[in-house]
Design a protein around this ligand. Structure first.
Ligand code: CU
Length: 79
C-alpha cells in the first residue's frame, strides 16, 4: 500500500552501503550489475573512491538483506 497516495506500490527507499574490495571499474560494474538484476531495484550506483554503493529500491519487492546477498555473491563484502 502506498503511504503517499494510496494507489499502489510503496515509496522507493534509498540506502548507502559500504562495500569492501572494490578497486577498479570492473568491480564497480560487477557490483552494479549484480544489484540491478534484483527485482524491485530501481538504481544502483557505485562510488569507487568512497567504496560505497547507493541503491534505490522498492522495499515491497526487495530488501536490504537480498541486496547485501547479491553483493556478496558477486565477490565483495558489505561492511
Ligand atoms: Cu576490479
Amino acid at each position: 500500500m502506498c503511504k503517499n497516495c494510496g494507489c499502489h506500490g510503496s515509496k522507493p527507499e534509498k540506502q548507502i552501503l559500504k562495500v569492501a574490495g572494490m578497486t577498479c571499474g570492473h568491480c564497480k560494474s560487477a557490483v552494479e550489475k549484480a544489484v540491478r538484476g534484483l527485482p524491485g531495484v530501481l538504481a544502483a550506483e557505485v562510488d569507487l573512491a568512497a567504496g560505497s554503493l547507493a541503491v534505490d529500491f522498492d522495499s515491497a519487492k526487495s530488501s536490504l538483506a537480498s541486496i547485501k546477498k547479491a553483493v556478496e555473491e558477486a565477490g565483495y563484502q558489505v561492511l
